[in-house]
Design a protein. Structure first.
Length: 654
């Protein structure tokens, strides 16, 4: 038994190969279309028969750059994410991630570790107004492109990557940017997951076409209209005062099995409190209801569902009255025609022509709970009371009225940022689309509103949702308030906002601080830590002659460790223990799922220690990685034999 060295071309040197994954899926469905590892499209065409579109004229959505964008989405990344402990909070315990880098490369790098694990993606991408920063990908070398374009500004202070309306490919540039990223984003969602995208009038039409192609029209969950109560001044046409939140499921059928799409009536407690202040058993109930109803009418921020609860009963309960008539066209069963006796006249009340909405047993329970509202006499059809206290949730509406902004909140945190997302709306959506333990991804994170919303919702609900934030370290205009406040990039603003929001929440909730995860791990996109893996011809040539070390001089053992986690598809927040064995540092990842030793002068004593540690933690699967230059050929053989005695057979070196 020997230790296999991971070399260039091995699947462990790059992010997930999506093309090969698609070929494997085809092989599973139609094994006969594969010939010597290649797809035989003639055979595939025969299998699909008449379902192939061959005419010249058919509906399709295309633009300049689409094919290249699709290829780019499927091209593996050879980069890595380097840990930045000094910028993180609660590194050893937190389950949250903040990743600084080009989101296209980052989404590729997350494929192995997080494919099918994200419950919700919420993004607020550039609206393509003509002034926005648009990621212009370099298909030859996106990592090098990322390093070069980050922060470039011309002599007049304009971002060199601004997508000007005068550009002949104004819409194409934006679509190309979004297309590849949405393809990768869909892979990360689990089958019950959904994506929510904020957009305005500039690209909403194109965005819907894009999502129909990538997610499928049948997975469209709807579009929310957000009325911001603030018309844009435009003398040339209609003054827009709304934006859109587009919602698509990964798999609508699976999504609807596990999600109700409801939100907490945010003003319900305020309504109940007002009713309590007005109600008195000794006061005139009609007068109380008049005053209460006038108050309801005067409240501008109540939703339609909240306004319906405009009555108070004799017990002080807030309710709305609803019909008790059978809602269907066909007549109800006989059990739905049981008479109701009026409590005053003692006569049978009028029964709806098609029967009651509920069977007799339910009607009996409603009577006992005083949830049936009778008229003055039996000629008035009774109605049902729906109590607000028992209906604190409502369906997510397709129309939001919210004119506020979070400028004040950011000012309180001393975070200068233009047009931040609104925490309250973000929080409502996270509450509706996720539950305890779910991961929320935002790969256009900006000022990190999503992270802030997750923190607040976890406090309010007592649950533990997790976030992954991704943001390009885009340079800030030197004339801006943010720059004057000491921030050089948008990612600096995002990280600091999370820190300050966490401190504020901890201060306001001292009893729950220990139970909350208010931390985050920071990672930064970079080239591979391994010379032979980074695709640079100079490094490749050097590594062929450099027998001493395959790891770049400027990189640490932890840099390499987290690259190994990414390439093996392990969660970046897995617990990691360190132990010194025979003078060398050994990392234990995920309670023995992976052991890593990157030191020099490795001997079989190190292997013995790893084997004993493995026996203590008893993992289901155990793998070991060493630095290839860390031991002699003799010790490499002895190490392999020692680990084999402990039942460890997957041993590799880098």
């Amino acid at each position: 038994m020997s230790i296999e060295q991971i070399k260039t071309g091995d699947e462990l040197t790059t992010s997930k190969d999506l093309i090969q994954e698609n070929i494997e899926k085809l092989k599973e469905l139609f094994p006969e279309v594969l010939s010597e590892g290649k797809v035989d499209f003639k055979v595939l065409k025969q299998i699909l028969g008449e379902e192939i579109e061959e005419g010249e004229e058919y509906y399709r959505f295309t633009w300049a750059g689409k094919s290249q964008a699709r290829k780019e989405a499927h091209k593996p990344s050879i980069g890595t994410l380097r840990p930045a402990k000094d910028e993180s909070v609660d590194w050893n315990t937190t389950q949250n991630l903040y990743i600084e880098g080009d989101n296209l490369e980052v989404l590729k790098l997350l494929q192995k570790s997080y494919a099918g694990k994200i419950k919700m993606i919420c993004i607020d991408p550039p609206y393509n107004t003509g002034k926005d920063f648009v990621y212009k990908d370099n298909y030859k070398d996106n990592l090098k492109n990322y390093q070069e374009i980050t922060g470039q500004i011309d002599g007049e202070g304009n971002k060199l990557s601004t997508n000007s309306e005068s550009d002949g490919r104004f819409h194409s540039n934006w679509l190309t940017m979004m297309y590849s990223r949405l393809i990768l984003a869909r892979n990360l969602l689990n089958d019950e997951g959904a994506i929510l995208i904020n957009m305005d009038e500039h690209e909403i039409a194109n965005l819907l076409k894009l999502l129909n192609e990538i997610f499928g029209e049948n997975n469209d969950l709807g579009t929310i209209i957000w009325d911001k109560r603030n018309p844009k001044g435009d003398s040339r046409g209609i003054a827009y005062q709304h934006e859109y939140i587009v919602v698509y499921a990964k798999n609508k059928e699976e999504f609807l099995k596990t999600n109700q799409l409801i939100r907490i009536k945010k003003n319900a407690k305020i309504i109940l409190s007002k009713a309590q202040s007005l109600f008195s058993p000794k006061s005139d109930l009609d007068e109380i209801n008049r005053e209460f109803n006038n108050w309801i009418i005067s409240q501008p921020n109540l939703s339609g569902g909240e306004r319906a609860y405009n009555k108070i009963d004799e017990s002080g309960r807030v309710y709305q009255s609803v019909s008790m008539a059978w809602p269907n066209k066909k007549k109800a069963p006989d059990d739905y025609f049981i008479p109701l006796i009026h409590p005053v006249t003692k006569k049978e009340c009028v029964i709806p022509p098609r029967g009651w909405r509920n069977p007799s047993l339910t009607m009996k329970n409603l009577l006992e709970k005083d949830l049936i509202l009778f008229g003055k006499d039996e000629t008035t059809q009774p109605r049902r009371k729906y109590l607000l206290s028992e209906n604190m949730d409502e369906n997510i509406p397709s129309l939001y009225y919210y004119g506020g902004s979070d400028t004040g909140l950011l000012e309180e945190l001393q975070i200068p940022f233009d047009t931040p997302k609104v925490v309250q709306i973000c929080k409502e959506h996270i509450q509706a689309f996720t539950k305890h333990g779910d991961i929320i991804l935002d790969f256009f994170s900006g000022s990190a509103t999503t992270a802030h919303a997750v923190f607040e919702l976890n406090v309010e609900s007592g649950e533990k949702r997790k976030f992954i934030q991704v943001q390009l370290p885009e340079r800030i205009d030197e004339n801006s308030e943010a720059y004057k406040a000491g921030f050089k990039t948008i990612s600096e603003i995002g990280k600091e906002r999370i820190r300050r929001a966490a401190k504020k929440i901890a201060k306001e909730n001292p009893l729950f601080t220990k139970e909350l995860d208010l931390g985050f791990k920071v990672f930064k996109l970079n080239t591979s830590n391994i010379k032979a893996w980074d695709g640079n011809p100079e490094n490749l040539e050097k590594s062929l002659w450099d027998t001493q070390d395959n790891i770049k001089e400027s990189r640490t053992e932890e840099d390499v460790l987290y690259e190994i986690l990414l390439k093996y598809g392990l969660d970046l927040t897995l617990p990691i223990e360190e132990k010194e064995i025979s003078g060398l540092k050994v990392f234990n990842v995920g309670y023995g799922a992976l052991f890593v030793c990157l030191g020099n002068n490795i001997t079989s004593k190190v292997a013995e220690g790893i084997g004993q540690w493995k026996e203590e933690v008893k993992p289901e699967i155990c793998r070991v990685i060493f630095k290839d230059a860390g031991f002699t050929d003799v010790e490499k053989t002895n190490t392999a034999q020692t680990l084999k005695r402990f039942g460890i057979h997957e041993i590799k070196s880098i």
